[in-house]
Design a protein around this ligand. Structure first.
Ligand code: NAP
Length: 352
């Protein structure tokens, strides 16, 4: 049997593509991934707490709705309702990453998407039909493929950083910066590129002060972004330092950072309530090397402006795997929809 559409990835791009493809009666198969770093089930949002910027989900008493929509067999996967955000005695919180993804998954399942919990480890795009090869299951032949495997934020790799993820350590200021734990507190951003400056600037709206910690004495960011950081009175540059350890405790989460100079041995400590790693992302494209055109950082190339077409006919790319610029859940969901429409039109043109 040759499938119409195989979707690889289970973040907002993958589920949105699945919703559109299944509603178009294409009976898509979606490979959800396993718990390996690449192809993590439910994508990067599974690592986030509240998502306040996904249109359509203002804060409220969401749990009854989430539980009524998501199949009871998956309720065990839902994180606890956040505490400390009550209004009139009821929970009042923004949708949590896992809740949002479980809702998207449910929507795709409701229209007949078939979900397989496996990783795609290889592909054959040289022959027709196309073929995707999972780690455990049998290879699947298909007329079209939508790659939506996302990207993962790079972290520093410290054990103490791992320990405080979601408790003061984050890699996304836009996602997490406005959370109560960061309000009116000193925060730190690590990195020296455009993202680091942008994140630091964004955080100044909430933080009492932002330390921008860079391992060199010159920013990589563009000149205009550099000026933005250097002229902002709430941003203090910490040049030529790297983070040696994230300090904190179980009750408060992050309370500070121990830094190491890249020039001498002088240690330094900073009191901060949060650390935002902004040292770049890695797209999940290792299994596609040599099979699809990529840019120098490994992101898939869209070969036609504003279309999700890749260098292989019938293969489309959606979400962060083809976007190192916007990287938002809502933009990913948008391109997932585009990829499904592109696949549907391609199939129609091929009379498949
Ligand atoms: P990037 O340009 O690759 O910068 C990564 C930064 O992290 C660099 O300063 C690097 O230091 C530092 N770094 C890397 N590994 C590190 C480590 N282990 N420890 C400490 N520091 C480390 O990545 P990005 O800032 O995410 O930007 C990605 C792309 O998006 C760029 O092309 C950027 O121009 C673009 N972008 C544009 C905008 C905008 O125009 N508004 C906003 C965001 C991003 P070194 O400098 O020493 O290598």
């Amino acid at each position: 049997m040759v499938e119409n559409v195989v979707i690889i990835g289970s973040g907002p791009a993958g589920w949105s593509a699945a919703i559109y493809a299944s509603r178009a009666n294409l009976q898509p198969v979606l490979f959800e991934g396993t718990l390996k770093p690449e192809m993590m089930p439910l994508g990067q949002l599974a690592l986030t707490t509240e998502v306040e910027n996904f249109a359509g989900f203002p804060a409220g008493n969401l749990r009854a709705f989430v539980e009524s929509a998501v199949d009871a067999s998956r309720h065990y996967n839902l994180p606890p309702v956040p505490k400390g955000h009550e209004r009139d005695g009821q929970p009042h919180y923004a949708v949590q990453g896992v809740e949002l993804m479980e809702l998207m998954k449910q929507q795709a399942l409701n229209f007949g998407t078939r979900v397989i919990g496996d990783d795609i480890v290889d592909v054959d795009f040289d022959h027709r039909p196309l073929k995707v090869i999972p780690a455990e299951e049998a290879p699947v032949e298909t007329h079209t493929v939508i790659v939506a495997t996302g990207a993962r934020a790079n972290y520093l790799g410290l054990p103490s950083e791992e320990k405080f993820k979601n408790r003061g350590v984050s890699a996304c200021a836009v996602c997490d910066g406005a959370l109560p734990r960061f309000r009116n507190k000193p925060l730190a951003v690590v990195g020296g590129g455009d993202s680091a400056v942008e994140e630091a600037t964004y955080l100044t709206a909430f933080a009492s002060k932002v330390f921008l910690i860079h391992r060199r004495d010159e920013l990589r960011a563009s000149k205009i972004m550099q000026r933005r950081a250097l002229e902002n009175p709430k941003i203090e540059m910490v040049w030529s330092h790297v983070v040696d350890e994230v300090l904190g405790n179980d009750q408060d989460g992050v309370t500070g950072l121990r830094l190491k100079s890249t020039k001498d041995d002088a240690p330094r400590e900073l009191e901060v309530a949060g650390m935002f790693a902004s040292i770049g992302h890695t797209p999940n494209t290792a299994f596609l090397r040599g099979k699809l055109e990529m840019n120098e950082k490994g992101y898939l190339k869209w070969t036609s402006p504003f279309r999700t077409l890749t260098s292989v006919e019938g293969v489309f790319a959606a979400g962060d795997v083809a976007d190192d610029y916007y990287r938002q859940a809502i933009t990913s969901a948008g391109t997932g929809c585009m990829a499904a429409l592109d696949a549907e039109r391609y199939l129609a043109a091929q009379e498949k």
